[in-house]
Design a binder for this molecule. Structure first.
Ligand code: FE2
Length: 305
């Protein structure tokens, strides 16, 4: 048995990937997430994999995001800034750039595979996230499967059904075609059907592929590790959405993914591999404008323009 994942109940085993669920993890035992370790990591992490985000929310809770650069602040000051502000820092590519964490991620997923018959991830991508006491992540959906390992602080997550009312299929096609970011239209009344979890350090949460969700920190500094996973099944589905998105632009009728048989999904996925090599749709979100910078001369964020 993996040291990082305990035995799951029959209900947990049945729920994985099918309904939102919480389970215990042992990642805190690695000691990788204390202040001193995080400060050292922030000092050396490659700038191109280092995102600093600041969200502004309107009255309906709809968000706009500004992305910033780290500037020349030492890791100690970046961490202090996160603890004080509304910002969150995301270190992408943790599975490549942080060997100790790569080992932990692989052990944790090996543990999950022991619990869930047939669960075989073929790709794992980790983001280590440090976020401010008042930080929120707006309503959105992720293209890959996700397991969010919570490490420090407290956060509340709302997870919504991945049905047409909350996650329109065309929206997912646009995400695959990189025609929109992963943010989606959100209304407060959607909360009535959400599953809500208050996450404590040592707990992980996961949900069905493409289920939209949003997160609010509960007044304290948070550290979490978000791991994206792909299996052959998620690759087929996402490739099929990509191909459907192109076909829809060509005026073809598109069947609901839930009614698309596996063989048809596989054919669409095959088509997507060719389509991706053709310059059909322009990538609209190649780069977010970096609109503020953390640094001694720019204490608060500096709006551009
Ligand atoms: Fe997400």
């Amino acid at each position: 048995m993996s040291a990082l994942i305990q035995n799951w109940s029959p209900a947990q085993k049945a729920d994985f990937g099918k309904t939102p669920m919480v389970f215990e993890h042992g990642l805190l035992g690695t000691g990788l997430f204390e202040d001193a370790a995080l400060e050292q990591l922030l000092d050396v992490y490659p700038a191109e994999l280092f995102d600093i985000n600041l969200f502004d929310f309107d009255a309906e809770g709809q968000a706009s995001m500004r992305t910033g650069a780290r500037g020349r602040l030492p890791g100690k000051d970046v961490l202090a800034g996160v603890k004080e502000g509304r910002i969150w820092v995301q270190l992408r590519g943790a599975e490549s750039w942080y060997p100790e964490l790569r080992t932990a991620i692989h052990q944790a997923f090996a543990g999950i595979s022991e619990q869930v018959a047939g669960f075989r991830p073929v790709q794992l991508t980790g983001q280590l996230i440090m976020s401010a006491p008042g930080a929120k992540v707006p309503f959105h959906a992720d293209a890959p499967g996700v397991v969010l390992f919570h490490l420090r602080g407290r956060k509340r997550i709302w997870i919504y059904p991945s049905d047409e009312a909350h996650m329109p299929q065309q929206g997912m096609e646009n995400i695959m075609l990189r025609q929109q970011t992963e943010d989606l239209p959100y209304r407060r009344d959607m909360d009535a059907v959400a599953k809500v979890f208050d996450l404590e350090p040592g707990q992980a949460v996961t949900w069905p592929l493409h289920a939209p969700h949003r997160i609010e920190n509960q007044g304290v500094f948070n550290v979490s590790l978000s791991v994206d996973y792909q299996t052959w099944n998620t690759r087929m589905i996402n490739g099929a959405h990509y191909a459907n998105g192109v076909l829809r632009r060509w005026g073809a009728p598109i069947a609901p993914m839930s009614k698309t048989p596996a063989a048809a999904r596989a054919a669409l996925w095959g088509a997507s591999l060719g389509l991706k090599r053709m310059p059909i749709v322009e990538d609209r979100i190649k780069s977010f404008e970096r609109s503020f910078e953390l640094g001694p001369e720019a204490k608060a964020e500096r709006a551009q323009g």
